[in-house]
Design a protein around this ligand. Structure first.
Ligand SMILES: [Zn+2]
Length: 351
């Protein structure tokens, strides 16, 4: 035991007052108390280092939600992505330190149980039952619940209107086409409104601040959407050759593009079959596509093989599940990632 702790808990007192058995018990009790105090101190220290107690702690499972929280809360919030930089957001397993942090969390944001199946068990495991939770798949359901039955009659509560073709020309199993909905900029507008609303309830004194920030950010999302639509109008090709797990279905559906991929599921870990790889190589040769896309955060081994085989170049289509440590350090934003995707798509689809 260090001198400091001895000073704090003088042992001599117990030496005098207790029998030998009692003394051992007393000593044990002191050690346990000190250990508990040290552990709680360490946890408090690790939280306060990153999460100032005056700030509103927000936890997000995926990068876009973390970024939205920062854009709206700015210096009044401490936002974090629960999944470590560079790690897979779909198959994440929360650690004990995540549970400690979640106990102090004021707002929890996640992409839905399809993409983050661990999120609901995680929040249920922590005693923080009053914490508001925003599940963006529910926002999406709410927006699109009647779209399929009446494709021309649906309305949105915001001023911006658009038409969904819903022709389903892509080769996907439609069951998964509404996952990864953070790549739908209309859903993002709803998400931003929901975050501003939640922050205004948590911190009513700054409600106007959150509302103004959300309005500014929604303008940026609308501009992003308009820039995509204007660029895509001029594309000569509609097919994106994508060697990655299913992430861009709602995105391609939205912009009338088509995704060609050998992956058959939305798990990054289920490798495509040899037959699917042979088929995509044929499709690239037949279409004359010059660029093969791969997903972020993985070694693009398969994409490189397919590119080499067909003489195509490699490029990234970033689905923004998560970002690397370098991207985190450089404070990259969701909107920047989406504009980089647009540049990469222009190069691939304009020829
Ligand atoms: Zn994914």
């Amino acid at each position: 035991m260090s001198r400091k702790l001895e000073e704090k808990f003088p042992l001599t007192k117990y030496h005098i007052m207790t029998t030998s058995t009692d003394r051992r018990f007393a000593l044990k009790k002191i050690i346990i108390t000190v250990l508990i105090m040290s552990i709680s101190f360490l946890f408090t220290a690790s939280c306060t280092k990153r999460e100032d107690s005056n700030l509103i702690n927000i936890s997000a499972t995926i990068f876009p939600l973390y970024d939205f929280a920062k854009q709206i809360g700015k210096d009044k919030v401490s936002a974090r992505i629960i999944v470590p930089a560079g790690a897979d957001t779909h198959a994440f397993e929360p650690r004990p330190s995540d549970m400690v942090r979640l106990a102090n969390c004021k707002l929890f944001l996640f992409g839905g149980s399809e993409t983050e199946p661990w999120a609901i068990p995680f929040i249920n495991s922590v005693d923080n039952k009053d914490m508001p939770v925003i599940d963006i798949s529910q926002l999406h359901e709410h927006m699109h619940s009647h779209t399929h039955a009446h494709p021309h009659n649906h309305t949105h509560s915001h001023a911006h209107t658009h038409s969904h073709a819903h022709t389903h020309t892509h080769s996907y199993d439609h069951d998964h086409s509404h996952s990864h909905i953070w790549l739908d900029f209309d859903v993002n507008i709803k998400t931003v409104e929901a975050i501003a609303d939640a922050l205004s309830k948590i911190d009513p004194a700054n409600a106007e601040f959150y509302l103004n920030n959300s309005k500014n950010y929604i303008e940026q999302l609308r501009k992003l959407d308009a820039d995509y639509r204007n660029a895509i109008k001029n594309f000569n090709r509609k097919e994106i050759i994508y060697i990655g797990h299913s992430s861009f279905e709602s995105f391609v559906e939205r912009y009338g593009l088509k995704l060609i991929t050998p992956y058959e599921s939305y798990s990054p870990n289920v490798q495509p079959s040899a037959k699917a790889i042979a088929t995509i190589i044929d499709e690239i040769r037949n279409s004359g596509a010059k660029i093969v896309f791969h997903e972020e955060l993985i070694n693009p081994r398969l994409a490189r093989t397919i590119a080499t085989e067909t003489g195509a170049a490699l490029s990234v289509l970033h689905a923004a599940h998560n970002i690397t440590k370098d991207e985190l350090r450089s404070n990259v934003t969701f909107i920047e990632i989406m504009y980089q995707n647009l540049e990469n798509l222009k190069k691939a689809l304009s020829d």
